[in-house]
Design a protein around this ligand. Structure first.
Ligand code: SF4
Length: 689
């Protein structure tokens, strides 16, 4: 924090679910934040905030901010609430929970949270200690990243990739299932730097995204067929002798089995599945294998397919075959989250030794089934939602909302706004914004760890997550001192443990610098000389461990759902101005995004008699939405694209595409195959009226 006259400048960092983790500075005058801008001194985010966040103060001071606790006084979902005191709110929660614990056990209560706040302690800390101690149901928070992580682990033993800053040394950058210019925008200048040095960019994506449009080449694969393309690349690489025999010999296992296995995945076969030509596949494989350094950057797009984990398991074999890991800027780069967390003392933060053993764990993906009684389990009687808006973000939204309407479900929501989920709550509690609490934010897109200092006092009666859990522990009459640790104590616990990557990083040094780079060699090449995190230290091209768990030992195409006749495959993606449903209360963001739309190829539109600009119905067995038809060459025939998040339909009503997506599990990793979704698109009235 620095001061000039009455003006204070406070360092902070964005906590949204985004790999960039931008540092910012807030100017505060007389206790009010008057300006907020990107911190130009941050080496990776360089003073640029995205279109979502560069008016963050409007969010902080928005007239719709929740400032006081509320109790529902109308029907669930109606949005009718009355103001109550914190004492009354906490007493009601304590009474309801005490009887539930006594009558039905702690597992009848489900704390439900996600990555709505990625700050270290506001995401997970005292909540895990308190709810673990009380034996509440646990939540598998693995709808996205875990799928990728588990897939990479199957080959590498861990999810580690190269330092994203090293991508500037790459000569071929393959952006696979990631719209970098929209969802990871601070990486794009690094990529442009590589291009200035002669590097090329190839994008693999069924949609011609902004990133694909800016690339040197775009390969528009059929959705979900990426594994077949990867296997055909291996076929070409091995058949043409473009692999690195020494690297394979010294640092991998199972090459012979893999080489025999991929013989069947000829470019011609792959062409019939992926929608690319055999020539495109051969050229891509050759270019990938013969360019040094070559870098694969697979990200979120792949995680949302039913065969998501297999996609990551398979793609991780490629840099092993080519030995790309040997070179700076070569190999693979995905999330840096697990890498950052490996340096932090997470056990000291969460204290898992104090948790009740053998409590059930429920997958967040299944919330609709859990709440609606479709799952054959002991019922959940109370839900505490924070850092999350599952009525929008979870698949099979109708079932989620049906469950939230249950009159016997006692729901508490802690949030900044009256979210779609909060409208179904019995008690709503006001949460602080990132300007109003202390935290550290580890990044999943770079190697900097950053301190967020509170710039202003909490607005109204808002409290941070950590303060909420201290208050809950108190009203539940817990005496354990570690349930009342201050935010500073929690951060010090996480930074304790002497991990070499935290050398020189303390709370004090973060207060001085704002952000610091994890400590490792400047030329850090994770697998240049093997050292994979498998029991043998070798990458597993064939994996007995997978076979033991009932999965294929070798990479395979996995589940690629066939498109039902007459239907179109729905792929969803992020917009520029919303982050899931965040910012949906902001008029500025609503105006920029306009009315919910669907992009459809001209041939599919013509077959259905649809015209550009008309209102159409998008429908499947799970639900219906109306949207503006946008005839577009961004999508392939057979594929439609819709944005998810806080948009409104042509009638001005909130309309969320997860009304259409299924909660079908991914192959492994516990995720949701959102993209295994097929819809009808037609003119006329909604079938439901
Ligand atoms: S959402 Fe991402 S890009 Fe935008 S300010 Fe936050 S970290 Fe930066």
């Amino acid at each position: 924090m620095s001061e000039s006259g009455s003006l204070q400048i406070v360092h902070g960092v964005c906590s949204h679910d985004c790999p960039d983790t931008c540092s910012w500075k807030a100017e505060v005058e007389d206790g009010r934040a008057v300006r907020l801008y990107g911190d130009r001194s941050h080496p990776f985010t360089r003073g640029v905030l995205c279109a979502k966040v560069n008016h963050y103060l409007e969010r902080v001071y928005h007239p719709d901010r929740l400032l006081y606790p509320l109790r529902r006084c109308g029907k669930k979902g109606s949005g009718s609430f009355e103001r109550i005191s914190w004492e009354a709110a906490l007493q009601e929660i304590a009474q309801r929970w005490a009887s539930l614990i006594e009558e039905e056990g702690g597992e009848s209560i489900l704390p439900y949270s996600s990555a709505g706040n990625q700050g270290l302690i506001q995401h997970s800390s005292l909540d895990m200690r308190l709810f673990g101690l009380l034996g509440f149901s646990r939540l598998d928070r693995n709808i996205c990243g875990n799928v990728a992580h588990e897939g990479l682990c199957a080959t590498q033993g861990c999810g580690t990739g190269i330092n994203p800053e090293d991508i500037e040394h790459s000569r071929l950058i393959v952006l696979w299932g990631t719209n970098t210019r929209v969802t990871n925008l601070h990486l794009w200048p690094v990529i442009e730097q590589a291009r200035k040095r002669g590097g090329k960019v190839i994008v693999i994506d069924p949609i011609r995204t902004r990133t694909a449009a800016a690339a040197d080449r775009h390969l528009a694969v059929n959705p979900g067929t990426d594994t077949v393309l990867m296997l055909a690349m291996m076929h070409v690489i091995i058949q043409e002798g473009l692999h690195d025999p020494e690297y394979i010999r010294d640092y991998s296992e199972g090459f012979e089995e893999l080489a025999a296995h991929v013989l069947q995945f000829t470019p011609e076969y792959a062409a019939s599945i992926t929608g690319l030509t055999a020539q495109e596949i051969v050229e891509f494989a050759r270019e990938y294998a013969t360019t040094t350094p070559s870098l694969l950057r697979p990200l979120i797009g792949l995680e949302h397919h039913p065969n998501g984990a297999m996609m990551f398991r398979t793609i991780a074999c490629l840099p092993v075959l080519t030995g790309a890991w040997r070179h700076r800027g070569g190999g693979l780069s995905r999330s840096t989250g697990a890498f950052q967390f490996s340096a932090l003392n997470i056990d000291a933060l969460l204290m898992p030794d104090t948790w009740q053993k053998d409590c059930r764990s429920l997958n967040m993906r299944d919330l609709g089934r859990i709440l609606s009684g479709t799952e054959d389990i002991k019922p959940v009687r109370s839900l505490l939602v924070y850092n999350s808006n599952p009525a929008v973000t979870m698949p099979n939204q109708r079932l989620v909302r049906y469950g939230l309407e249950r009159t016997d479900l006692f729901t508490v929501v802690h949030d900044l706004f009256l979210t779609d989920t909060a409208r179904y709550a019995d008690i709503v509690l006001p949460a602080t914004s990132q300007l109003e609490h202390l935290d550290i934010v580890p990044s999943w897109g770079h190697h900097y760890i950053s301190l967020n200092q509170p710039a202003i006092a909490p607005r109204g009666e808002c409290v941070s997550n950590t303060e909420l859990f201290r208050r809950l522990a108190s009203v539940l009459r817990r005496a354990e001192s570690w349930l009342f640790d201050s935010d500073e104590q929690l951060l010090r616990a996480a930074l304790s443990g002497d991990h070499p990557m935290l050398k020189g990083i303390t709370l004090e040094s973060l207060r001085e610098h704002g952000s610091q780079h994890l400590h490792h060699e400047a030329e850090w090449l994770p697998f240049a000389a093997g050292g994979f995190s498998t029991p043998s230290g070798r990458a597993r091209l064939s994996s007995p461990a997978l076979a033991e768990s009932g999965l294929p030992a070798l990479p395979v195409p996995g589940c690629i759902p066939a498109r039902p006749a007459g239907q179109l495959q729905l792929i969803t993606g992020k917009t520029l101005h919303f982050l899931n449903s965040s910012y949906s209360h902001h008029e500025r963001h609503q105006n920029r995004e306009g009315t919910l739309w669907i992009e459809i190829h001209a041939s599919d539109a013509a077959n259905r008699g649809l015209a550009d600009g008309e209102v159409v119905v998008v429908s499947n067995e799970q639900g219906e939405i109306c949207a503006l038809c946008q005839v577009s060459d961004r999508v392939r025939p057979g594929v439609v694209w819709m944005p998810f998040g806080g948009l409104r339909d042509a009638l001005g009503a909130p309309a969320h595409v997860n009304l259409l997506t299924p909660e079908a599990p991914t192959d492994w990793g516990g995720g949701s195959g959102f993209y295994g979704c097929f819809v009808d698109v037609f003119q006329g009235k909604m079938r439901e009226g």
